[in-house]
Design a protein around this ligand. Structure first.
Ligand code: 3PY
Ligand code: MG
Length: 252
């Protein structure tokens, strides 16, 4: 399977990922065919658990987009099940310390580099017979920076060996900075934090990703140099398009 994130990164481009919080294989397939390099199945805020996530990743496997998952938390068992279920990368919320980032990397890697248990289930069906040989190198572990403690420990988190990158949750990060959760990314404390995160990731040779709640934010973040851009999410795509259609029908 082509690793679309790596292809983008190697070409010096940003990767663009979709975000799935609907427990719908049809929605997963629809997003998977929309042009994204990857689609992230969100087990933290999406209203479903691992069993449903496997079906969503199966649906994504039938599309050009790489299946990824946001784990509900830093939980070894759940992360292992998601990887065995075919996730090509894990984005883990609320990483506060380098120790937690090391736990995340360890859960994503087979010994001797980590503690992942062998039993790749549909990972091998999706990834192919060389899954074991390639998994430690190609599976991406991303630590979310979105807490006050995570921001304090940013440099040591970025230094963790094997971490693919840091991924910003701007809603929680805004709360951590004492701001309302709707991100104001262009100026003020959030803008300063984003700049700091980007610089710290660069200095450590890591990638930086960010969840964007507006189209303008996605473009700004790509131009700022973020490597992995998540422009919006399924329910936002649906509600914003629906509003436009309603307006067109009433006023167009
Ligand atoms: C945040 O903005 O806090 C996120 O975790 C994005 O889903
Ligand atoms: Mg968050």
């Amino acid at each position: 399977r082509p690793n679309r994130l790596r292809e983008r990164f190697d070409a010096g481009q940003a990767a663009v990922a979709g975000w799935l919080s609907f427990d719908s294989q049809y929605a997963a397939e629809t997003l998977g065919h929309a042009g994204f390099d990857a689609v992230v199945v969100d087990l933290q805020h999406g209203p479903f658990h691992v069993d449903a996530a496997i079906g969503l990743m199966q649906a994504l496997s039938a599309t050009p987009a790489m299946p990824m998952a946001r784990s509900p938390s830093l939980d070894f068992a759940t992360i292992n099940k998601l990887l065995d279920g075919g996730a090509w990368g894990i984005i883990c919320p609320m990483i506060d310390t380098a120790g937690q980032a090391r736990e995340l990397v360890s859960a994503c890697r087979y010994p001797p580099m980590g503690m992942r248990s062998f039993g790749p289930a549909r990972g091998v069906l999706y990834g192919g017979p060389d899954y074991f040989d390639k998994a430690n190198d190609t599976i991406e572990a991303w630590a979310m920076i979105e807490t006050a403690e995570g921001l304090r420990n940013l440099e040591s988190i970025c230094a963790v060996d094997g971490l693919a990158g840091v991924f910003v949750g701007p809603g929680d990060l805004s709360l951590a900075l004492g701001l309302p959760p709707t991100p104001r990314w262009r100026e003020g404390p959030l803008a300063e934090a984003l700049d700091r995160i980007l610089q710290a990731a660069r200095a450590a040779g890591k990638r930086a990703g960010i969840f964007c709640t507006a189209k303008e934010m996605a473009g700004d973040m790509r131009r700022a140099g973020f490597d992995l851009i998540v422009p919006g999410y399924d329910s936002l795509y649906l509600s914003s398009a629906a509003r436009e259609w309603v307006a067109a029908a009433r006023e167009g």
